[in-house]
Ligand binder design. Structure first.
Ligand code: TRP
Length: 336
């Protein structure tokens, strides 16, 4: 039997934060070490262009994300780690599958619909104001990413589940018309690790501006942790770990025994100030070695570039047979 293919992409618009680590990076790195899986992780830099028109940001984010994944121990001997833009066949495939994708299917995409609804609520003349073809076709590019490598499982956040359904729809339509070329992918949403709260208690997310970057210098890490919202319970009053962002973050980075010990401290009324100090020390000790590797990689982008190029080459080789079959299937092939 062939190995299960696990694939996911990371849009290159931001700096990796604790929430990204817990929800996406850590499980991906674990899977990269699993010899029973065939894993693909890529920087979705074409997707970044849809949300971000700042070239420096896209470029910097690519380096930061790649450096973070490498610093944290991604096994690039096993996993194929590449830049989306280093596999031009992905955009070629995007075009071909867009020709079997119903426009009506894209009309139903949440991200697109939300923008239209926003325009309508502002009584804009044009419901499509600010909507580019990139945003509109976003799910088709994502489907190409996934179908290109015959992914079985695609770990994503809950907000991406609809895109996976669209990828399946598109694959089915293509297969129906041209033969069984594509594997139908499945979204994998891990509810136990999917979301971490941020500084203000809402989901940690760049769009809420409440993140703790994974590799901020020690001083800044302390400062940010001191900012995490707590309630007004006094030292000595029992506290509920389930209602506490400090605990939630601690728990995400702790063993079961460590978490159990902290639960007892909550019951015994640990002071918020002490808990913040404790969380800081715990995280800092845990992250310091990887942070050092991260900083070394940022200072040596050539090394990161080399890793990505090697991954890109593997990805191109791995995509070539399917791309060739797809071209032939639709009637694009040499005349003799
Ligand atoms: N759209 C995904 C996100 O914003 C990123 C992404 C791009 C992706 N292509 C993908 C995820 C393919 C999984 C598979 O999170």
């Amino acid at each position: 039997m062939s190995k299960q293919v696990v694939l996911t992409g990371i849009t290159t618009t931001g700096t990796p934060h604790l929430g990204n680590y817990v929800g996406a990076i850590k499980p991906a790195i674990e899977s990269s070490h699993d010899a029973a899986l065939s894993t693909y992780y890529f920087l979705a830099d074409y997707h970044a262009l849809i949300k971000c028109e700042d070239p420096e940001r896209v470029h910097r984010s690519s380096l930061e994300i790649a450096a973070a994944w490498l610093a944290l121990g991604l096994d690039t001997g096993n996993a194929v780690f590449y830049r989306q833009s280093d596999v031009p066949a992905v955009t070629e495939l995007t075009w071909i599958i867009s020709c079997v994708t119903a426009k009506g299917l894209m009309n139903r995409a949440h991200a697109y619909k939300a923008t239209v609804a926003e325009n309508e609520s502002q009584r804009s003349q044009d419901p499509d104001k600010g909507i580019t073809m990139g945003l509109y076709g976003y799910p088709v590019l994502m489907a190409a990413d996934i179908l290109m490598f015959k992914a079985n499982k695609v770990p994503v956040g809950r907000d991406q589940v609809q895109h996976l359904e669209m990828a399946r729809d598109i694959a089915q339509r293509f297969n129906h018309l041209y033969g069984e070329h594509f594997v139908l992918p499945e979204a994998v949403v891990d509810d136990s690790t999917a979301v971490l709260s941020g500084l203000d208690g809402r989901k940690m997310s760049k769009s809420y501006n409440n993140t703790i970057p994974l590799f901020v210098p020690e001083k800044q890490l302390r400062k940010l942790i001191m900012k995490i919202k707590t309630d007004s319970l006094e030292p000595g009053e029992p506290k509920d770990p389930e209602q506490s962002t400090l605990f939630e973050i601690y728990h995400a980075f702790a063993t079961a025994e460590q978490s159990a010990a902290i639960r007892q401290r909550y019951a015994a009324g640990i002071a918020w100030g002490e808990m913040k100090q404790l969380l800081f020390t715990h995280l800092n000790d845990l992250l310091a070695p990887a942070r050092e590797r991260y900083e070394a990689l940022l200072a040596d982008p050539g090394h990161v570039e080399k890793e990505l190029r090697r991954g890109g080459e593997r990805a191109r080789d791995l995509s070539a047979p399917l791309m060739d079959a797809i071209r032939r299937a639709v009637g694009i092939r040499p005349l003799s």
